[in-house]
Design a protein around this ligand. Structure first.
Ligand code: GCU
Length: 569
């Protein structure tokens, strides 16, 4: 199911009863049965009542001191009453739960989901009772070797029911999915489809765009699918003109509306071209975290704060690192005229040779594209970050994945981020053969921080495996502790703002040496939490590469970057 905001929802957000289960005894006790003592000799060694209560949505780590660094199992329980009329259907939908989830309904296992950043749902139409209903969710945020991401990553492993939970009521047959976007390389032709669930009888579908006085009628086949193709003179979406059209789709029993933008994104040699015009991507990396609240970001208000900072910096794109963010971020970025780079958490050490891992990558790709394929602001799907060419079967796994990505969505650009670029004699060597399979060559480089310059930034040289593709520097920068006045300012170990500021000045000078550069993306908007960052004075569990401190204070490098983006207008 997509586009929830247009459906009949009952929110299950709020207080949930919980049981913290560090030893994983909940399965043995069958917590989902929620047993109560009956006979005098009965006793039950658990209860959801009179225990800990946690807010949903939100990570659990920041709600209780005992959970600050917790990586393990928490059981959640919510009860509700629902009067489901006949010929209506009911679904239980989770915006995301990190990381491994078992969902029980009225004592029965509905199913499980793996992955912390994409939505999933279960139909409960035939399980709903007309008295009280009970949902029990087992969440385990323990890192797993065969996970995506795997065991090592440089962000805080917030666990829990981290996004909205809703009941969705639909008619017996309803519009389950649709794709309404411009055909590749076209500015006026939509090549889309609509999918109906719940009937095998052909249905009449009407798609209308009132503002264009456009009505298109099609019929579904017996599997509920109807291709849609039409032309119109669109006012194209762009950062300077984030135009969205209200569209309405009607089927026999269901009507749904959406706000959709129409734009074209392609490459032309080393240029990225939006609606026929080359565009330089002035981006910023963002983690899904509210530093000012020191917690996982999940709400529209959080998205508003993070994206306003990006706009203030002068960005025209945000890289939602390193995983799909909540839907508020995507929809609000689109409304604010920010292009989006969305990414799978295929991060660094992944067990590519493991068949199960490849299936998980495939499922996460499908879930990400299913949710966001109608968001015209998304221009890039990134399928990995800093995986290593020496990892067994990494190339074939990612080549297979990008082919699947193009089948699911032929309209957007693809990339995969490499950090194993060679940098010797002041020369970057972007020769990873994987680049040949993606539209954009993206590279993370930290020259001036992790690696000292080997010559003057203006004398930097570049070697490309493929000289005909656009290059994005998808991460660069260095750390600074806001307000650090440690002397001397020209030593990295002081974490001074001036040292970070100089990195940015040198990087900007270096940009002009890359003839294929189509965009840059500093790492990162705000300082963010990472359990790998342990300097007792300057880090204390925070990665300090933000242009903003954890309180949203602007470091000196912020102004360097803002000036550069202004100069690129
Ligand atoms: C890497 C990685 C980031 C990480 C950053 C850093 O390139 O992509 O996730 O936080 O560098 O070292 O700060």
């Amino acid at each position: 199911m997509i586009n929830l905001s247009a459906r009949k929802l009952t929110s299950l957000n709020g207080k949930w009863n919980t049981i913290i289960d560090p030893n994983g005894v909940g399965d043995f006790h069958k917590f989902w049965e929620d047993r109560k003592p009956e006979k005098k000799t009965d006793f039950v060694e658990y209860s959801f009542e009179n225990g800990d209560v946690l807010n949903v949505p939100s990570d659990f780590n920041t709600q209780m001191t005992e959970l600050t660094y917790y990586e393990g199992i928490v059981w959640y329980k919510k009860t509700f009453k629902y009067d489901l009329k006949t010929n209506k259907r009911l679904f239980l939908h989770f915006g995301a739960v990190n990381y491994l989830t078992d969902v029980y309904f009225n004592g029965k296992l509905l199913g499980t989901h793996e992955g912390g950043f994409t939505p999933f749902q279960f139909e409960i139409t035939n399980l709903i009772s007309n008295s009280e209903n009970s949902i029990v969710v087992k969440v385990n945020n323990k890192k797993v070797k065969e996970g995506i991401p795997s065991e090592g990553y440089d962000w805080f492993n917030y666990g829990g029911i981290t996004r909205d939970v809703n009941l969705i009521e639909t008619p017996q047959s309803f519009i389950e999915d649709y794709s309404i976007q411009l055909k590749k390389n076209s500015n006026n032709e939509v090549l889309g489809w609509v999918k109906i669930d719940g009937t095998t009888i052909s249905q009449k579908i009407k798609l209308s765009i009132p503002e264009l006085k456009l009505n298109v009628k099609v019929k579904t086949n017996d599997s509920g699918y109807a291709p849609i193709q039409f032309k119109a003179k669109f006012n194209l979406w762009s950062p300077g003109n984030p135009k969205l059209y209200r569209i309405e789709i009607q089927s026999g029993l269901d009507t749904i509306s959406d706000e959709i933008g129409f734009r074209n994104i392609e490459t032309n040699g080393t240029k990225i071209v939006l609606n026929g015009k080359p565009v330089f991507l002035k981006a910023i990396n963002i983690h899904e975290e509210m530093p000012t609240r020191v917690a996982k970001a999940y709400s529209e208000k959080d998205a508003e704060v993070l994206l306003n900072w990006a706009k203030e910096l002068g960005c025209n794109m945000v890289r939602l690192a390193h995983y799909p963010h909540n839907e508020y971020m995507v929809k609000l970025a689109e409304k604010k005229g920010l292009m989006i780079w969305e990414e799978l958490p295929v991060y660094q050490h992944i067990e590519f040779s493991n068949e199960k891992v490849q299936q998980k990558m495939d499922l996460m790709l499908k879930e990400m594209i299913k949710r966001d394929k109608n968001r015209s602001a998304i221009i890039i799907w990134s399928l990995s970050n800093e995986t290593y060419h020496f990892t067994k079967s990494r190339d074939e796994a990612l080549i297979k994945l990008v082919k699947q990505c193009k089948i699911l969505d032929s309209t957007r650009l693809t990339t995969t981020v490499i950090s194993t670029q060679g940098y010797t004699n002041n020369t970057f060597d972007l020769s990873d053969p994987l680049y040949n399979y993606f539209d954009i060559i993206s590279v993370n480089e930290y020259i001036g921080w992790y690696t000292p310059w080997q010559g003057l930034p203006k004398d930097t040289k570049w070697k490309f495996v493929n000289d005909t593709k656009p290059v994005i520097i998808s991460e660069f920068g260095g750390e600074a502790f806001y307000g650090s006045t440690k002397q001397p300012k020209d030593e990295a170990s002081g974490w001074s703002e001036e040292y970070q500021e100089q990195i940015y000045k040198d990087q900007i000078e270096m940009f002009d040496t890359n003839p294929n550069l189509a965009g840059v993306c500093p790492w990162i908007l705000c300082d963010f939490r990472s359990q790998s960052r342990l300097h007792p004075i300057y880090q204390r569990g925070w990665n300090r590469k933000g242009l903003l401190s954890d309180k949203g204070e602007k470091k000196k490098a912020w102004y360097v970057m803002k000036e550069f983006y202004k100069s690129k207008n």
